[in-house]
Design a binder for this molecule. Structure first.
Ligand code: 4AD
Ligand code: MG
Length: 453
């Protein structure tokens, strides 16, 4: 007798005809009079296993009718080919109740909206949608680590508690301290908005490094793509320029997408059906396309032209120096190019202090990767390598360089050049799964006004 997971039970052809036991939860209980069909799921696959219960085979047949959804059961029986081609079912010889669930279990045997699942986040891991998303999330994280590992990158932990504001946007969550006996002395401790600055320090010693950890932003943006706590992948590579950096981003992107498509076909197809989109097909085609490279100045022309021929943005005021909104980003990649777009060489006024100044004196060597359906998912740049220029930049932007002195000092000790980027992990997941709200691709989303679970 073998004890198996449902994933194995339905995938391993050698198990057909074998007797097995399985522990799982009841997803669906249908009594057809003569037979009870008990669909069970143990979370090892998004698929349910149909357990066929017949009165002559089961002593407790009448009780099984009362086995409520979510109850934990142990089933013994023989695996058989199901009626649909390739499907498997279990002919039960024993169905044991391990723990009966209460009657008020809120998830019924139907598709629930993501808004509803957010309200019962403590139970949503029982929903097929959540399970599918979480499986893609797992494979994506693994593929990212695998990509960097095989390329020889060092995986480094950037600190979560910090005294700096890497992006200079004043969005750090401040950690409460005891003013009478401050834990960190005179420094104001906060949660990091980005692991980049510490990653740069390691890149200066170990050439190719990356961080992959949680980052925090007190952004009061109520959009479908902002979280207060999100995960970011931040590689930093010494001796690299912007052009080379975009090649790395594109290569990583395609490599991990192709792995996830391979591993998570069932999950993505399930989500595509639910959300009535076709990300699986779109992503498959994308693997053979070169991403567009577009100068910010050229993008301004394209957007102005769009307005001139009657396209209505919520904000139609397009000018050089504007920080584009999601609607502008999406117009560029969804309508104009219909492909992922590297937007590059932004005006320095709308970008962070650490980006390398271009020779034109107006722009910086930065790139954002924009993708259809989401907009920006990656922000990266070549870093300013000149000590005096970066100090001047801090002054111009009213950034107090005192807490950043260690970072500026990196420029003094063999800092020839480096480039890096930040990939918003949840935004990437939105793109791959086609889920239209970033709050639904992370287990317990953190956003303004919500801290229940
Ligand atoms: O463009 P950002 O702000 O860049 C940085 O933080 C750099 N320090 C990265 C680097 O060069 N090492 O953020 C990077 C990405 C964005 O492109 C976006 O995908 C994601 O992080 N992101 C968010 N995702 C969810 N919720 C938010 N509030 C986000 N803010 C940024
Ligand atoms: Mg950005």
């Amino acid at each position: 007798m073998r004890h198996v997971d449902i994933a194995k039970a339905i995938k391993d052809p050698k198990l057909i005809g074998q007797e097995v036991t399985i522990e799982a939860w009841v997803k669906f209980n249908r009594d057809s009079g003569k037979i009870i069909f008990l669909n069970i799921n143990d979370g090892t696959t998004i698929k349910n296993l149909q357990v066929v219960c017949k009165p002559d085979a089961l002593k407790n047949f009448d009780q099984i009718k009362g086995f409520r959804l979510a109850s934990a059961v142990k089933v013994k029986g023989t695996l058989k080919q199901g009626r649909e081609p390739g499907s498997v079912e279990l002919a039960a010889s024993e169905v044991k109740m391990l723990k009966l669930a209460a009657e008020d279990y809120p998830l019924q045997n139907k598709e629930h909206s993501n808004e509803f699942l957010r309200e019962i986040a403590h139970l949503k891991a029982r929903a097929t949608t959540t399970q599918a998303i979480q499986r893609v999330r797992t494979e994506l994280a693994y593929a990212i680590h695998h990509f960097f590992h095989t390329k020889g990158f060092i995986y480094m932990a950037s600190p979560i508690i910090t005294s700096n504001d890497c992006e200079g946007a004043g969005e750090n969550f401040i950690i409460k301290d005891d003013p009478a006996n401050p834990f960190f002395g005179s420094a104001t401790a906060s949660l990091t908005v980005s692991g980049q600055l510490n990653a740069e320090s390691y890149a200066l010693g170990m050439k190719k490094v990356y961080t992959f950890g949680p980052t925090f932003r007190a952004e009061r943006s109520h959009t479908n793509r902002h979280l207060a706590e999100f995960w970011m992948v931040e590689p930093e590579i010494s001796f690299m320029n912007l052009r080379q950096l975009m090649l790395v981003i594109e290569q990583m992107f395609k490599n991990v997408v192709s792995k996830v498509l391979d591993k998570c076909k069932d999950e993505i197809e399930f989500l595509n059906k639910k959300y009535n989109n076709n990300t699986f097909e779109i992503l498959t085609k994308l693997l053979n396309r070169k991403f567009v490279r577009l100068d910010y100045a050229k993008a301004v022309d394209i957007l102005k032209e769009a307005v001139a021929i009657g396209h209505k943005f919520e904000d139609n005021n397009i000018f050089f120096g504007k920080d584009f909104g999601a609607e502008h980003e999406r117009y560029l990649c969804e309508q104009h190019f219909q492909a992922p777009v590297f937007l590059m060489n932004f005006p320095k006024e709308i970008k962070a202090f650490y980006m390398k100044a271009n020779p034109d004196g107006k722009t910086v060597a930065a790139c954002d990767l924009l993708v259809p359906g989401v907009g920006e998912i990656v922000g990266g740049s070549q870093r300013e390598d000149d000590y005096n220029k970066i100090v001047k930049r801090c002054q111009d932007m009213n950034i107090n360089p005192s807490g950043l002195q260690w970072y500026l000092d990196l420029r003094k000790y063999g800092y020839f050049r480096s480039a890096g980027f930040g990939l918003g992990f949840e935004r990437f997941l939105m793109y791959i799964t086609g889920v239209d709200n970033v709050k639904d691709v992370i287990p317990f989303p953190r956003f303004e006004g919500e801290l229940r679970f």
